[in-house]
Ligand binder design. Sequence first.
Ligand code: PLP
Length: 418
Amino acid sequence: MSTAIGNALWSPLAHMPSVLAGGRTIITHGSGTHLTTDDGRELLDATAGLWHANIGHGRPEIAEAAAAQLQRLETYQSFGSFSNDVALRLADRLAALSPIADPRIILTSGGSDGVEVAAKLARLHWQLEGRHDKVTILSRADSYHGLHAFGSSLSGPDIYRDGYGPGTLVPETALFSSTDIDDLERRITELGADRIAAIIAEPVIGSGGIIAPPPGYFERMQELARAHDILLIADEVVTGFGRTGRWFAVERFGIAPDMIVTAKGITSGYAPLGAVFVAPRLWKRFFDGPDAPIYRHGVTYSGHATACAIALANLDILERENLVERAAELETVLVRELEVLRDQPGVVEVRSGAGFLAGVQLEPEIPGDRVAAVALDRGVLLRVIRGNTIQISPPFVVTEQEIALIVRVLRETIEQFA
Ligand code: PLP
């Protein structure tokens, strides 16, 4: 652990005294599934960072695409009647991949920005329809939707909302059960469908503990949304661009959303970027006639040319190397390897089989952060997420042997604590 540099950095979501006392793990290089620290340790990235490094780290093709774009034009704003050629090309390419027919694409600076875009657009839609009470947005109790105002309000755990005093977050939000879909129906009845603008849901809950939808969950959600004129927003910030073995998880789980929020995998983390896919039902009024309204959301970096060039190069790699299909194959390998953990003392549950991602929930007495620290000392970088759950979600370029190694190190480490 190194403490020599970076005392000025205030790390997000961190207990800073512990960070400064324990020292940071400082990553300086990456190549494929491997990372190198400033003190020369080699680590196997078992989570693809924060679920972003789908094509693996340090790919020269991306560096070349970024350099070529920077030499030509770093960016020009994609605002008003200006845009840049790369943002336009990326939007067309995303539209061609989109599970929503004939979408329009809003490019964002990341996932939290995308959630903001989708939530505000849902509310604006109903205001323009004259249904002024339809403002509440519902989300699943274990979900994570980023940490901007809507995201903090819509993410399940209280820790993201508490402590800011009144008026900072969006009060017109409500939670429903992540697993019991009847609870959604109860919430709609309680709140009144006339007050509900949208439901936002991760197809597979990521940071909330890797929770797959129970059978019938999304079918019923969709029936309820349709019956009550409620918009459906899929948050595919984790699942988009291949993580569930499909380009988008809504294809796998049979969800027909009005908007899809994406980020992370759109560039595999090589640049901050996101995209919101918007269905015709929502975009049409903004595109037609002199009185068309304006959606006043955007940031300086919406459609940033270099980020978009990186996204295009990332899509090229995903397609050329068939990495989405590869993720589907790797899911089978991961499920098989994880079998050994199912009856292991100290393990409550192994959640896998909803894509190339898995969660191993540990008994409360097993300190998940210590398990991750010991695994790190053994060269495997895992992460503890909500509910004392160990996240496994390697890059799509991981080998079967590396998956076996990840599971072996995890099993042996849990044994030490059980
Ligand atoms: N939505 C989901 C499902 C996420 O997992 C995340 C980030 O982890 C976000 C939104 C926020 O994305 P970002 O961190 O890019 O703002």
